[in-house]
Design a protein around this ligand. Structure first.
Ligand code: SF4
Length: 360
C-alpha cells in the first residue's frame, strides 16, 4: 500500500479510523486486568505510572500492591518519612522516582488540600511530573485529551507510519508527538493512550511483533514493507565502562559501619557499605579506602559480585576489615546490625547485606 506524506495522511479521517477505532475495539476485548485499572483514582494512576517508568509490568505488580497497602492515599504517603518511602521502593530501582512521588504527595497535601488536582497545569506543577506522566494521569483519571508517549507508543507509531530517525531527536520526535496527538480521539483519550501502550507491550513487541494478531495491521507501513525490525531506529549506544569497587565490612559490638550516598548522582541517599570505586583493578585500593574512611590493619576478601548500572559494568569485592580506627566520613554511621534490614540499600549492597549481616 502506498502512503501519503505524514502531514497529509494525518488529516485523513479514513486513516485515523484505520488506527484509533480498531485499536479501541481490540483494547476493550483484550486489555489485561491490572490493579490500577480498577478505577479512576488519580493517586493510584499516578503511582502506577511512576512505577512503570523504565520497569516492566510484571516487576511492578508486587511493589504496587505493597505500596497501596502501605500508603493507600496521597495523604498517607505525604505523612510517611523518606526512609519508609525508600524502604518500600527498595529493589525497584531508579530511586529518584520514589523521592519525587513522595515530594508530589506532600505538595498535594500542602497546596491542594489533599485532593489530587485535575487541572493539567496543576498536575504539571507536581515534582517529577513530565509530559508523559501528565498526559497519562490527566487522560486516564480525568479524561483530558493529552497524548501519553512512552517507548511502547513510539514503537507502534514509528512502525505504523514508517517514521525514520532516532525517536528522541529531530526530525522524528516532533513527527511522533504530532501523530499521536492527532490520532487521539477526544471521547476516550485515556483508553486510547492505554490501548496504544498495551499494543506495544503485548503485540507490537520490540523483537518479534505479532503482526498477524494486530488489529491495525491494515495500513501499517512497517508490516507492509517487512521493515518491523528496522523501526524504531536505535540511538548509538554508549560504550560499556568497566569499574572496580572495593567495599569494607566493618563491625564492632553488634554494629556495622554503613554510609549514606549523597544527593545527586546515581542511587542518591541509599545506604551501602563503605567503598571506593577505581577505574582499574588495583591492590592499592586500601590506600584510597583508608584516606576516605579511616585507618585499618588488614582486609580479608569475602566475596566478589558483578553488576551493571546503566552502561557501567562493575566488579565489586567485599572485604572484612580488621583493626579499623574511627571513621572520617560524616555520612558514615555505626548501625546496629538488627536495624540494617530496615534501611534502603543499593541493589548490589543489599545482596551483600543479606548475605553477611544475617549470618553474623
Ligand atoms: S502490524 Fe506489526 S509492526 Fe505494525 S503496528 Fe501491528 S504489530 Fe506493530
Amino acid at each position: 500500500m502506498g502512503r501519503e506524506p505524514l502531514e497529509t495522511a494525518l488529516e485523513s479521517p479514513v486513516l485515523q479510523s484505520a488506527f484509533s477505532r480498531p485499536l479501541l475495539d481490540w483494547y476493550a476485548a483484550n486489555r489485561r486486568k491490572l490493579p490500577w485499572r480498577d478505577g479512576k483514582d488519580p493517586y493510584a494512576v499516578f503511582v502506577s505510572e511512576v512505577m512503570l517508568q523504565q520497569t516492566q509490568v510484571r516487576a511492578v505488580l508486587p511493589y504496587y500492591a505493597r505500596w497501596m497497602r502501605r500508603f493507600p492515599t496521597v495523604e498517607a504517603l505525604a505523612r510517611a518519612s523518606e526512609e519508609e518511602v525508600l524502604k518500600e521502593w527498595e529493589g525497584l530501582g531508579y530511586y529518584r522516582r520514589a523521592r519525587l512521588l513522595h515530594a508530589a504527595a506532600r505538595m498535594v497535601a500542602s497546596e491542594f488540600g489533599g485532593r489530587f488536582p485535575s487541572d493539567p497545569e496543576e498536575i504539571a506543577s507536581l515534582p517529577g511530573v513530565g509530559p508523559y506522566t501528565l498526559a497519562a494521569v490527566a487522560s486516564i483519571a480525568f479524561g483530558k485529551a493529552l497524548a501519553a508517549v512512552d517507548g511502547n507508543v513510539i514503537r507502534v507509531v514509528t512502525r505504523w507510519f514508517g517514521i525514520r530517525g532516532v525517536p528522541s531527536r529531530r526530525p522524528a520526535r516532533p513527527k511522533i508527538l504530532e501523530a499521536v496527538q492527532r490520532l487521539l480521539p477526544s471521547e476516550a483519550p485515556g483508553d486510547f493512550n492505554q490501548a496504544v501502550m498495551e499494543l506495544g507491550a503485548t503485540v507490537c513487541l520490540p523483537r518479534r511483533p505479532c503482526c498477524l494478531l494486530c488489529p491495525i495491521r491494515k495500513g501499517c507501513v512497517a508490516s507492509t514493507k517487512g521493515i518491523q525490525s528496522e523501526l524504531p531506529e536505535a540511538a548509538p549506544s554508549k560504550a560499556a565502562v568497566r569499574q572496580f569497587e572495593y567495599a569494607g565490612l566493618v563491625m564492632r559490638e553488634g554494629k556495622v559501619l554503613l554510609c549514606r550516598r549523597g544527593d545527586g548522582g546515581r542511587m542518591e541517599r541509599l545506604w551501602q557499605f563503605p567503598s571506593v570505586i577505581l577505574a582499574k583493578e588495583s591492590k592499592r585500593w586500601t590506600g584510597r579506602w583508608k584516606a576516605r574512611y579511616g585507618e585499618m590493619k588488614g582486609a580479608e576478601l569475602l566475596a566478589v559480585l558483578n553488576y551493571s548500572v546503566t552502561h557501567y559494568r562493575i566488579r565489586l569485592e567485599i572485604y572484612r576489615i580488621e583493626g579499623f580506627q574511627r571513621y572520617k566520613l560524616p555520612s558514615a554511621r555505626w548501625t546496629p546490625i538488627a536495624e540494617a534490614p530496615k534501611l534502603a540499600f543499593t541493589a548490589a549492597h543489599r545482596k551483600l547485606a543479606d548475605r553477611f549481616l544475617v549470618l553474623t
